[in-house]
Design a protein around this ligand. Structure first.
Ligand code: VGL
Ligand code: ZN
Length: 202
C-alpha cells in the first residue's frame, strides 16, 4: 500500500498568503503528477480557531517569529494563518484533490500548536491518523507539502516513532527555513527515514 501524505498545501502557505513558504507554489505541479501513483492519498489541513495561541496577535506586545513559552514548551509565534473557514485555510485551487481519500485537520486546540499530522506538539492529542493508516494496512508513508521543515518533517518523524517507514519526497516539499530543513533531513535519515525525488517513484 503506497501512501502519500500531503501537508498543508493551503493558500496561507503559498506566496501571497499570510505565512508564505518561499516557492511553495512550485510543488503543486509535482504533487499533482505523483499523487496518482499512490494507493492511498491523505491531505493535512492546518485549521486554527481565530484565538489560536500560536498567533502573535493573541499575545500583547509580541510580534510574529518571536519565540515564547506556551504551556511549558517553546512556541514560535506566527502571523495569523489558516483560520478555520477563511480562504487562507482553503487548499490551493491548483492542488488536485481528486485522489485524496481523507483530510485530517490539525491545530484546532487554541492552547496547543500542532505541526505533525499525527499528534499535537505536546504529543497528547492524536488526530487519529495513525489508527486510520493501520486499519488501511499501511506500513510506509511518503511525505510532501508545506512546510518541509515543519508539518512535513514532524509528520514523518512521528510516522517513524509510530512504527511506519517514512520517505520524504524532497522536490515535492519546501521549507520556511532552509537551515532548519537541512537539520530536519539529517535527523530523518539518522532515524531510519529515506529521502527520494519524485522522479525516483517511477
Ligand atoms: C505549520 C507553521 C505554523 C506547518 C503550521 O504545519 O508547517 N507551520 N503552522
Ligand atoms: Zn499553523
Amino acid at each position: 500500500m503506497k501512501t502519500l501524505i500531503i501537508g498543508d498545501v493551503q493558500n496561507d502557505f503559498i506566496p501571497g498568503g499570510s505565512l508564505a513558504v518561499p516557492e511553495g507554489d512550485a510543488i503543486i505541479e509535482v504533487i499533482n503528477k505523483i499523487s496518482g501513483k499512490f494507493d492511498l492519498v491523505v491531505a493535512i489541513q492546518d485549521w486554527h480557531p481565530p484565538g489560536h495561541k500560536s498567533f502573535a496577535s493573541n499575545h500583547k506586545g509580541r510580534r510574529p517569529f518571536e519565540t515564547m513559552d506556551l504551556n511549558g514548551i517553546p512556541q514560535t509565534l506566527w502571523p495569523d494563518h489558516c483560520v478555520q473557514g477563511t480562504s487562507g485555510a482553503d487548499f490551493h485551487p491548483g492542488l488536485d484533490l481528486r485522489p485524496v481519500e481523507a483530510i485530517f485537520r490539525k491545530g484546532v486546540d487554541p492552547e496547543t500548536d500542532s505541526y505533525s499530522a499525527f499528534y499535537d506538539n505536546h504529543h497528547l492529542r492524536s488526530t487519529g491518523l495513525s489508527g486510520y493508516l493501520r486499519e488501511k494496512g499501511v506500513t510506509e508513508v511518503h511525505g510532501c507539502g508545506l512546510a518541509g521543515d515543519i508539518c512535513v518533517y514532524y509528520t514523518l518523524k512521528d510516522a517513524l516513532k509510530s512504527g511506519f517507514s517514512a520517505v520524504l519526497i524532497a522536490d515535492a516539499a519546501r521549507p520556511l527555513d532552509e537551515e532548519n530543513y537541512k537539520a530536519a533531513q539529517s535527523e530523518l535519515l539518522r532515524n531510519g527515514g529515506r529521502i527520494l525525488l519524485s522522479a525516483d517513484l517511477g
